[in-house]
Design a protein around this ligand. Structure first.
Ligand code: ZN
Ligand code: ZN
Length: 101
């Protein structure tokens, strides 16, 4: 029957569109998670901009674990440095406490 066939085709179409939308949403979510995990961004005093932070030991991406920074290459505690100018990052926060500003 042509009418029944049309209805089934319509259902399949909706199903495929929903499936594609779900895949796109999952892909975007996964992409955002990966990007966020990959890059730790901090404000660099020397550049005056927010830059990607890397570890001082291996110059590898770092991950934040509580108040510590872990090097992704060797898994040890690392100091975050600016990926552009290689100066230490996160100094400003500590400096503010000392200066009392
Ligand atoms: Zn910098
Ligand atoms: Zn390292």
């Amino acid at each position: 029957m042509p009418v029944e066939g049309g209805e089934i085709a319509g259902d399949v179409c909706v199903y495929v569109v929903v499936l594609i939308l779900i895949i796109i949403v999952l892909y975007v979510a996964l992409y955002l998670i990966l990007v966020r995990r990959k890059e730790v961004r901090m404000f660099c005093d020397y550049c005056g901009e927010t830059r990607i932070a890397i570890s001082d030991c291996c110059n590898a991406p770092i991950k934040v674990k509580g108040i510590r920074y872990i090097c992704r290459a060797c898994g040890k505690d690392a100091e975050p440095i600016c990926a552009v100018c290689r100066h230490r990052m996160g100094v400003k926060e500590y400096g503010r406490i000392g200066h009392g500003k």
